[in-house]
Write a protein that binds this ligand. Structure first.
Ligand code: NAI
Ligand code: MG
Length: 373
């Protein structure tokens, strides 16, 4: 029996291309695993009305972790239109498989390292080394939303918050509301992981990115909790930054920062900003991590216009694979893979179009495999 069981979820479009490269690299590393395939993505929405079928969840429950390519998704009306005739009028609603995976497996932490590799022509600067910890299962993205606003809710809010009065005359149907829920446990967990990571990997600062001067309760709880956690890590400084100002600082002086920690939406925003500082979607890796399970995925989508063209950059997928190896404790293989990636970027002979080169996805994969052996 193989040492590991990795759920293999290529998904749609270029997800399939880059996962093929991940497989050849894992094989070259002599990584001892089985890779049971899981159905996920657009085809399963179209034909079964569920982009993440129950059998796939069952498969995931019986694996160590999952490696995931990308999926295609579409707005409500288009999703409805795409269903096979038998399913069209059955009242099915498309929901994001990624969000569902995060909730189903309580993948509370989104990890997004953004490091500038030497010689990458897409770097804003060459001395950037950022790691974003984004809370993944609370905050503004949990999907607790109302439209119209229920009358009872309006009533409770008006009685409990004076500022609600200014909306008292607005018809309920003309009010939409999304909630931002932060729990003390959620805040403590994400802050602790950020500090632990800083300690293990030698970062000197953790910056909490919120907006406590305006969001006094939710951002306030995040920042106050981060301060408490920081007391257990005497060698590491806690910096506090507002999300808006931080977007400027990250463009101006990204090299000054190390580990960043934020709630779900602000974390989402700075993750993309940080990714672009070091090469963009072709380099953006991520891990959705829980206490016992994790799903690793490049940040990019299925890029339909490049499907079947063997054109996109597999680096994001390979950096994602490296994150998976880290998480499994496969330190030596993780290091070897990162070294090979760094060499291919520095030596510059295999570059996809986004880096200004003409190499195919496969050629970049082969260049990495060569440096591994
Ligand atoms: P996308 O990330 O698929 O592609 C946007 C553009 O970024 C591409 O056209 C390409 O120019 C570039 N790009 C993406 N990955 C690249 C790579 N590895 N190397 C080089 N260039 C790359 O985002 P888009 O076009 O907005 O969405 C396409 C589909 O993917 C949609 O159906 C969307 O819903 C879905 N999506 C899925 C995600 C996921 O599976 N996690 C995340 C984002 C979008
Ligand atoms: Mg995003």
């Amino acid at each position: 029996m193989a040492q590991y069981k990795i759920a293999w979820l290529p998904g749609d479009g270029i997800g399939i291309d880059v996962m093929n490269i991940a497989r050849s690299v894992l094989d070259a590393l002599e990584f001892d695993a089985e890779y049971p395939h899981g159905d996920i993505g657009w085809e399963f929405w179209r034909t079964e009305g569920n982009p993440l079928p129950e059998r796939t969840l069952e498969l995931l429950r019986n694996t160590d972790c999952a490696l995931f390519g990308a999926i295609t998704s579409m707005p409500k009306e288009e999703a409805q239109e795409a269903l096979i005739p038998e399913l069209k009028d059955s009242g099915l609603v498309y929901s994001s498989p990624i969000v569902r995976l995060r909730q189903e497996f309580n993948l509370h932490t989104n990890l997004r390292p953004c490091k500038a590799f030497d010689g990458n022509p897409l770097n804003l600067r060459d001395d950037i080394d950022l790691v974003v910890f984004r809370e993944n299962t609370e905050g503004l993205y949990v999907g607790i939303e109302f439209h119209p606003l229920p009358a009872e809710l309006m009533d409770v809010l008006t009685r409990n918050h004076p500022k609600m009065r200014r909306f008292g005359d607005v018809p309920l149907d003309d009010i939409a509301m999304s909630t931002r829920i932060i729990t003390r446990n959620g805040a403590r967990s994400i802050a602790t992981q950020a500090f632990e990571y800083a300690k293990t990997h030698g970062y000197k600062t953790v910056t909490v990115v919120e907006k406590p001067n305006v969001l006094r309760e939710t951002s306030g709880l995040m920042v106050r909790t981060a301060r408490k956690v920081a007391r257990d890590y005497p060698g590491i400084d806690l910096w506090e930054a507002n999300i808006d100002a931080m977007c400027m600082w990250l463009v101006k002086n990204p090299q000054q920062y190390g580990v960043l920690v934020a709630g779900n939406m602000f974390g989402d925003i700075i993750s993309d900003l940080c990714a672009q500082l070091v090469g963009g979607l072709g380099f953006a890796a991520s891990g959705n991590i829980g206490d016992r399970y994790a799903v690793f995925e490049p940040t990019h989508g299925s890029a339909p216009k490049y499907t079947g063209q063997n054109k996109v950059n597999p680096m994001a997928m390979l950096l994602t694979t490296k994150l998976m190896l880290d998480w499994l404790g496969e330190d030596d293989r993780a290091r070897r893979l990162e070294t090979a990636i760094a060499r291919v970027i520095r030596e510059g002979d295999a570059r996809t179009y986004d880096m200004g080169g003409g190499a195919t996805t496969t050629e970049v994969g082969e260049a990495i495999v060569r440096r591994l052996s």
